[in-house]
Design a protein around this ligand. Structure first.
Ligand code: ADP
Ligand code: MG
Length: 697
């Protein structure tokens, strides 16, 4: 048994360590900087760096790295050692404040979406002191933001920090209206629930599709799938349990609040949920969690699949983003209060989220748009591509009472109290979480955004959430700050917002066909694919939003769009090439080998004077022959279409991949999967779905 309190955060240069190791005045100055998100003074940085280095060296560390999140899907690090030559052939170990605070790195190999054409190829990393330094693989990792020579963000962290500042600024304006002048900072908190699959490592390495694309491009359904519901919360197999234990231990050492580990709905699918924390830290921790999951799985002879849809016909993996707002004195702003004034405040924040989600649906959709997630959204296992909000019966009743000026509204005889001119019942937590099909649900004192894909960083979704709610709060503050009668206007603002945006509220089954039609009638977006969703990112309205709150410049927005599009295109391109390779080099040869044996058996029989006109071998052979030439025809079509990819703009290419290449791949797959069911098991060239999903002992 590991001693959890002892190992917890033992590899983190956190507040506790800083208090012990930094001179009091330095510690205080750093703390203040962190709390107020201010830039760090150079003189403080030198002392902090030196203390950090000593602490790390005591733990056997020799290198440091500025750890950052470029616009690819993985984190990046470049290791430098602490050594510094003395001139007499010896070295000392050094780490300066400058090295802690800023790093320089060649940005030319990271995606920049055209920013490089106009700016220097150099990139800079800057310490984010709100996220603690930590030790990983004998290296001191400094969490940093990554930006270009011209100051453009080249990473996922910079806009996230900017969006946290934006929502802080606007939420404080609202709190002041309610007389909360002692609140210094409002932070967003996130708890991301991470789903993943574990399969045998050896089997993983036998499948080119898993190796190159992270998902299976072929595979017939095994006799048993997830229909028995016997995996969900089921007993955890010993090897998986050993993996989970080591994962928890390693995450705890890094100060990650890993809390719950359980089996998910699909066979071989699992989930890890941490306890929520401040958003940028939650984002860093989620990156570490994904990285460690893969490393530790490997150690246990397993492979961890983080792809959103590793298996067709089996539930994919998502990442529920539980999001809330709280003040520096610990108050959750989505917790209904005990007094009329607190409830008015709660309803105003609630109205801001409703307005934000309705007005910027497409941005929320874009924030979860990847080629991988397209296979999952709307597949009756995850929310559809349509954004809607579920608030629970009690809250919806309150909102309609406000709309209908229903002063006598009393709720189910439960405790109730007044807000402005209406009343608000105490919201029981269990009543809010019943609709698991909703993409965006209020769950007691937080919102659960359920559309994120398992492989993505949570940054994009939270940048959007923070910014769109900041904008709604900003509009409310603009109106209310000028009002001579705040209390009355408060009611009007809440009422008008609900009337205007109630189309976004939906409490029925979001997976149903009827909802798709109803949503269309309501005028809600239904952006089914990444290729369709992405172009909306740079609409006039969205550029206005992000530039107003200084999250992105217009140049940054266009560069990001370019990167997202390119990423989609490259992903589908790799998939298509992999599919072709598997068909030509593996599937067809396997089918031929089986056909040859069938043929030889038939001729052998014939040699023995057995009448083979009705022989089983020939029946199978003829079926296989037809199917394999059909497969070859589909592969040739895919190959031809791959040669016709339009050279023009990224958007044109994205549409082409969506409209031509993906359907080509699907058509080939259907035949390959049918062949799999006919060809003898020992001939099939790679592990089947049954092997992968039920293979881990
Ligand atoms: P489930 O969605 O499986 O029912 P829970 O409701 O227990 O699970 O919590 C899911 C996640 O929500 C956890 O990661 C939890 O820490 C997080 N969470 C709880 N409160 C907040 C909050 N105020 N802000 C952000 N996340 C929160
Ligand atoms: Mg959940």
């Amino acid at each position: 048994m590991s001693n959890v309190p002892e190992i917890f955060a033992s590899q983190v240069f956190n507040d506790h360590v800083m208090r012990q190791r930094l001179p009091k005045d330095i510690y205080k100055a750093l703390k203040k900087t962190v709390q107020m998100s201010k830039p760090l003074d150079k003189s403080i940085a030198n002392v902090v760096a030196s203390a950090m280095k000593d602490w790390a060296i005591e733990r056997g560390v020799t290198h440091y790295t500025h750890w950052f999140q470029p616009l690819t899907s993985v984190t990046a690090e470049k290791h430098d050692s602490f050594i510094s030559p003395l001139g007499d052939g010896s070295v000392i170990l050094e780490f300066s404040g400058k090295e802690l605070v800023q790093g320089e790195s060649d940005a030319s190999s990271f995606p920049s979406g055209g920013l490089r054409a106009t700016f220097e190829a150099r990139g800079y990393t800057a310490w984010d002191p709100t996220s603690y330094a930590f030790i990983k693989d004998n290296t001191l990792c400094i969490p940093t933001a990554f930006y270009s020579y011209g100051g453009e963000a080249l990473d996922k962290k910079t806009p996230l920090l900017r969006s946290m500042d934006a929502i802080n600024e606007q939420a404080l304006r609202i709190l002041r209206l309610f007389g909360k002048t002692d609140v210094k900072r409002v932070v967003t908190t996130v708890g991301p629930e991470q789903e993943y699959f574990l399969v045998e490592r050896d089997m993983f390495h036998k499948r080119k599709d898993l190796i190159y694309t992270g998902r299976t491009l072929f595979g017939a359904m095994p006799p048993k799938g997830q229909e028995m519901d016997d995996h969900y919360f089921g007993t955890i197999k010993p090897r998986v349990a050993a993996f989970m234990k080591e994962l928890d231990d390693e995450l705890w050492k890094l100060g990650v609040l890993a809390k719950t580990e359980h089996n998910e709905a699909a066979p071989a699918q699992h989930e890890l949920a941490p306890i929520f924390t401040t958003t940028n830290i939650a984002a860093d921790h989620n990156e570490l969690t994904m990285e460690l999951m893969q490393k530790i799985a490997h150690k246990h002879g397993l492979a961890c699949l983080l792809h959103e849809k590793p298996f067709a016909g089996v539930n994919g993996s998502g990442k529920h983003n539980n999001w809330s707002l709280s003040t520096d004195d610990g108050a959750n702003l989505f917790e209904p209060g005990e007094s009329p004034i607190e409830n008015a405040q709660f309803l105003l924040f609630m109205a801001a989220v409703i307005k934000a989600v309705d007005e910027y649906q497409e941005l929320l959709r874009i924030s979860v748009a990847t080629a991988g997630n397209d296979h999952r959204l709307g597949a009756a296992e995850a929310p559809p591509a349509i954004i809607s909000m579920f608030l629970g019966e009690e809250l919806e009743a309150v909102l309609s009472a406000i709309v209908n000026e229903d002063d006598d509204y009393v709720h189910h005889g439960k405790e109730d109290f007044e807000v402005g001119v209406s009343v608000l019942p105490k919201i029981s937590k269990d009543a809010t979480d019943r609709n698991r099909t909703s993409p965006f649900a209020f769950t007691g004192n937080k919102f659960e955004f359920r559309m994120l894909g398992s492989a993505s960083s949570i940054s994009d979704a939270n940048v959007v959430l923070n910014t769109i709610v900041a904008e709604a709060l900003c509009q409310f503050a603009d109106a209310l700050e000028l009002s001579p009668t705040v209390e009355e206007d408060l009611h009007n603002v809440i009422q008008a917002t609900i009337v205007k945006h109630k189309r976004i509220l939906f409490s029925g089954d979001s997976y149903s066909k009827e909802w798709e039609e109803e949503a269309k009638r309501r005028g809600l977006y239904n952006l089914k694919t990444t290729a369709e969703a992405l172009p909306h990112f740079v609409s006039e309205k969205n550029v206005k939003l992000f530039t107003k709150h200084r999250i992105f410049t217009e140049v940054e927005m266009h560069s990001r769009l370019e990167i997202l599009m390119e990423n989609y295109n490259k992903t589908v391109n790799i998939e298509a090439l992999t599919a072709l390779e598997m068909i030509k080099k593996e599937i067809i040869p396997a089918v031929c080998a089986y056909m040859k044996d069938l043929g030889e058996t038939a001729s052998y029989k014939q040699g023995l004077n057995v009448n083979i006109s009705n022989a089983l071998e020939l029946k199978i052979l003829s079926k296989l022959s037809n199917l394999s030439s059909a497969l070859f025809t589909k592969a040739e079509k895919l190959e031809r279409d791959m040669k016709k990819i339009p050279a023009e703009d990224v958007k044109g290419r994205a549409d082409y991949y969506k409209d031509v290449i993906i359907p080509d791949m699907q058509a080939a797959r259907e035949i390959a999967d049918e062949l799999e069911t006919l060809v003898g098991e020992s001939y099939w060239p790679y592990p089947t779905y049954g092997d992968l999903l039920f293979g881990v002992k």
